[in-house]
Design a protein around this ligand. Structure first.
Ligand code: AKB
Length: 321
């Protein structure tokens, strides 16, 4: 029986990951933390819900003391545009609290003479400063956004703690994915740079005109929420990852805003999009890769699904109007 801690379980990835953990681990103990209260869609029996802030270090410490945690899924975070608007909060949540929880995993893993697996959702925001195609994990890493800098700081911190743990024979087993934009039928994201694609999808289904805040030629990689969850599950269930790298690229497809609009108008002939580029988003989008090289992730079992039309069709049935 495993004991797992998931933070940010009300968020876009966290909510679907909690569902997956509950389904796949019926006999495990799950502790789920979020600032928001649990809602109807996440009322599960083997889950202990805690409504509190990730910045409450005493609470985190007490969770580690009370439960013998084996795995951590840490999703609490501010996205790129929210981080730009609120850099101090971004530092507190995306860096300080994340370091505290990695340190606790390291401390309690060492104390209990085991490796605590730690999942961290990194981002394509670590790349930059200029746009490249098929970015590999070791390609130029000079992010222009605070969000990207914070993500790379945590990737490096987690990797350092992992290396220390390997030397000691116990501690924290840090693992991370560099997520592109997420496409989900269950959620309309806000606060990110890649939000325009899922927002366009939901607008088309709802019969609403969409005002897109990036140029029509803007091309970025995306992954569906199901494959994002699948990638996390694969990465966390691997006994050991052969690569020395602790952060991997994953994507399903790469598409321009305009090509995505064309696919939507094939299905909804009335659908209209107006392009009004917002510099805050455009500058960031132009520094992120067009597409990702996912060969390393494929070596531990990941596979991309680039059948965009099929994905959209499936998602249309799931979107609530
Ligand atoms: C954002 O746009 O901020 C996120 C991301 C790619 O990290 N979706």
């Amino acid at each position: 029986m495993k004991t797992m801690l998931i933070t940010g379980f009300r968020g876009e990835i966290g909510s679907q990951m909690l569902r997956e953990l509950v389904e796949k681990n019926p006999n495990s103990q799950i502790i789920a933390l979020d600032l928001l209260e649990k809602n109807q869609s996440n009322c599960f029996q083997n889950v202990e819900f805690i409504q509190d802030s990730i910045t409450n270090i005493e609470l985190l410490q007490s969770i580690f003391e009370k439960y013998n945690i084996d795995e951590i899924y840490h999703f609490v975070a501010l996205l790129s545009q929210s981080s730009k608007k609120n850099p101090e909060l971004a530092q507190k949540i995306n860096v300080d609290s994340t370091i505290s929880i990695i340190d606790l995993a390291y401390e309690f893993g060492s104390k209990n003479n085991k490796f605590i697996k730690f999942f961290f959702p990194s981002s394509i925001a670590v790349y930059g400063p200029r746009k490249i195609a098929l970015a590999s994990e070791t390609d130029i890493i000079k992010p222009i956004s605070l969000y990207g800098l914070n993500k790379i700081n945590i990737e490096q911190y987690g990797t350092k703690k992992y290396e220390q743990s390997i030397l000691n024979g116990s501690g924290v087993d840090f693992r991370s994915l560099r997520f592109p934009g997420i496409l989900s039928p269950f959620n309309i994201p806000t606060g990110g740079t890649t939000d325009y694609l899922p927002q366009m999808l939901h607008s088309a289904k709802k019969g609403l005109k969409y005002v897109c805040q990036v140029d029509k030629k803007t091309t970025l990689p995306f992954i569906t929420i199901d494959n994002a969850i699948n990638a996390i599950t694969l990465l966390m269930s691997s006994q050991c990852i052969k690569s020395k790298l602790r952060s991997f690229n994953v994507q399903d497809f790469s598409i321009s805003a305009y090509d995505f609009e064309l696919i939507l108008t094939e299905m909804f002939s009335e659908f209209q999009t107006e392009y009004k580029s917002n510099q805050d988003l455009q500058i960031i989008a132009d520094s992120w890769p067009d597409s990702l090289n996912c060969e390393l992730a494929c070596s531990w079992g990941f596979s991309s699904n680039n059948e965009i039309k099929k994905i959209i069709n499936n998602f249309f049935h799931l979107i609530d109007v």
